[in-house]
Every structure is written in C-alpha cells, then in structure tokens.
Design a protein around this ligand. Structure first.
Ligand SMILES: NC(=O)c1ccc[n+]([C@@H]2O[C@H](COP(=O)([O-])OP(=O)(O)OC[C@H]3O[C@@H](n4cnc5c(N)ncnc54)[C@H](OP(=O)(O)O)[C@@H]3O)[C@@H](O)[C@H]2O)c1
Length: 275
C-alpha cells in the first residue's frame, strides 16, 4: 500500500533494474500456445487489451522483459509488427486477437484460458471519439455509443469473463487504465464523450471493487499521465511523457496497489485523484 510518490519512484528504479537483469527463465505455459515450464517456479501472467501500440505496447514490453507470461491482445494481430518483435525476444509473450466490443470473442478467449491463473488483467484499450464529435448541441451519438461500448462495456465484460482466471492467481488484480479526464471534480468543460466514459468506468469499477474485495481481488483505477500516443496526435507539450515512461510509472503503481487500495483512483505518480 502506498500514499506518497517516493515509494513509487523507488519501485520504478527497482523495476528498471529487474528489466536490466532480464528475467528470462520462464516459458509461457498458458492457453493454446502452451509450451514447457522449465523453471517449475510460479511465473505470473498479465493480460493486456490494446497492446499493439501506445501505452499498452510498452506495458507488454516491460512485463515481457521482467520474464512474465504476457497475453498481449490486439484487434488486428496481423498488424502488430512491434509486438511480434517483442515476442521474438521473449517467448513468454503470446499475441491473441481481441476486440473488446466483441463479447463472443471475449468469452471464447476466457474459455481458452480457463483454469490458468491470470495475475493481472489490464483493461487498457480505449478510444477518445475526437473533439469534433463531442460538442454539446451537435453530439455525434453514434460515436458517443461507440466510445462507451469500448471504454466502459468492454472493460466490464473483460472483468466478468476473466474473473475465474484472476481469482486463481497469486496477485489477483484487475487494473483499469482510466484518465484524470474522468474526474468530475477536475472537469473544466470539454471532451464530454471521452470524459463521461472514463467517469462511468470509474463508477462501475469502484462498485465492482467493493464486491470483489471479499474475494481478495484488487480492482485498480490508474491514470497513466499525459502521454504522447495516438490519443494525443501532434501534441508535444512540456508536461507530456513518452509511452515508455508512462508504462514504467503505471507498472510501479500496479506493483504497489494492493487490496487496501482497491477501488481508489490514482495517478501515474501514485497520488489520489479526486472523483
Ligand atoms: N495518451 C494519454 O495522454 C492518455 C491519458 C489518459 C489516459 N489514457 C488512457 O490510456 C489507455 C491507452 O491509450 P494510449 O494513449 O496508449 O492510446 P493509443 O495509442 O491510441 O492506443 C489505444 C489502443 O486501444 C486499442 N483499441 C481501440 N479500440 C479497441 C477495441 N475495440 N478493442 C481492442 N482494442 C482497441 C487500439 O488498437 P488499434 O490499433 O486496433 O486501434 C490501441 O492498441 C487508454 O485507456 C486511454 O484512455 C491515455
């Protein structure tokens, strides 16, 4: 459990050191790409949605470099050149096709991994919907529905479908990449569609966290910072960070986020964000 930024920085240094040491002993033993576990040690597993680019890609890379089993999901596996390059270096990473709006596919994938522990489910995939579509008076309601389907219904369905795999793991964490833009207290009047989706995600996951706390499952809400990705095209402002920096921050927060923190809304620097 943490409440200051200092332990987070310490953990980042520690995680960078671990990555540098290069934990290479595990071979992923989960799912239909199963292969031999030569270590017989428990190797934790992480599943990430939207891991073909941006923050999700760097989170997948960092966990692979730690020696974890990584289930890296992407809408279009055929177009995941960078993920394939990571997989070539880290056989513990498998790539699985997954669009988080496709409930049938979510159930199918959960079935493939049934009985296999997934320590951390990271609901990372999201869309912004674009500023032009989110102007009051001329909302694009199709986009509105789509953003909420991806950003709220997707993570909720993922949490339901993969609950059994998370509950039989050691770490038992469902992590949601939310946004400071989902803070109602911090709003300043823009980006209605995206902001309402992240506020809704916060609410549903806060509720779920209360229910799952009894089962020892932690539900995290983590804002990844202001990051130069496909979400922020063309922006290069001094306060922005790279996807690599964001992933290191996010993973350090996940490491430190335990059952006592469940359902809290936390920044990439480990600070509580007002609802
Ligand atoms: N960048 C920021 O400043 C910032 C700030 C706060 C929060 N966030 C949050 O951080 C997370 C990652 O965003 P990012 O900045 O890395 O954005 P990004 O570079 O645009 O990546 C978004 C990812 O989501 C995937 N995705 C979109 N719709 C999907 C669907 N229906 N099913 C499965 N995957 C889907 C994309 O896949 P495709 O390649 O197939 O489109 C892509 O892999 C999001 O939850 C976002 O809200 C970002």
């Amino acid at each position: 459990m943490y409440r200051t930024t200092m332990p987070i920085r310490t953990l980042i240094v520690a995680s960078v050191c671990l990555a540098t040491l290069g934990f290479q002993t595990n071979v992923f033993a989960g799912g239909h790409e199963a292969s031999t576990d030569i270590s017989a040690e428990y190797v934790p597993t992480v599943l990430i949605t939207g891991s073909n680019r941006g923050i999700g890609l760097e989170v997948a890379r960092d966990y692979a470099e730690r020696g974890w089993n990584v289930i890296a999901t992407a809408r279009r596996p055929e177009a995941t050149g960078e993920l394939k390059a990571i997989r070539a270096q880290h056989p513990g990473l498998v790539i699985e096709q997954l669009d988080v709006t496709d409930n049938e596919r979510i159930d199918e994938l959960a079935e493939i991994y049934r009985g296999k522990p997934i320590d951390i489910l990271i609901n990372n995939a999201a869309i912004s919907g674009g500023h032009e579509n989110a102007k009051f008076g001329s909302f694009n309601h199709d986009v509105y529905r789509q953003v909420h389907t991806v950003n709220v219904l997707g993570p909720t369905k993922m949490a339901e479908a993969f609950l059994d795999s998370v509950s039989i793991s050691q770490q038992k964490k469902i992590v949601n990449i939310t946004s400071g833009q989902g803070s109602i207290a911090g709003t300043w009047g823009c980006c209605y569609i995206y902001r309402s989706s992240k506020a809704a995600l916060n609410m549903v996951m806060r509720n779920i966290s209360l229910e799952l706390k009894k089962k020892g499952i932690t539900v995290a809400l983590i804002s990844p910072g202001f990051v130069k990705t496909g979400f922020t095209p063309g922006l290069d402002l001094p306060m922005m960070i790279t996807p690599q920096e964001s992933a290191a921050f996010v993973i350090a927060v996940i490491d430190d986020y335990d059952i006592e923190d469940t359902g809290t809304f936390i920044s990439h620097k480990g600070e509580i964000i007002p609802w």
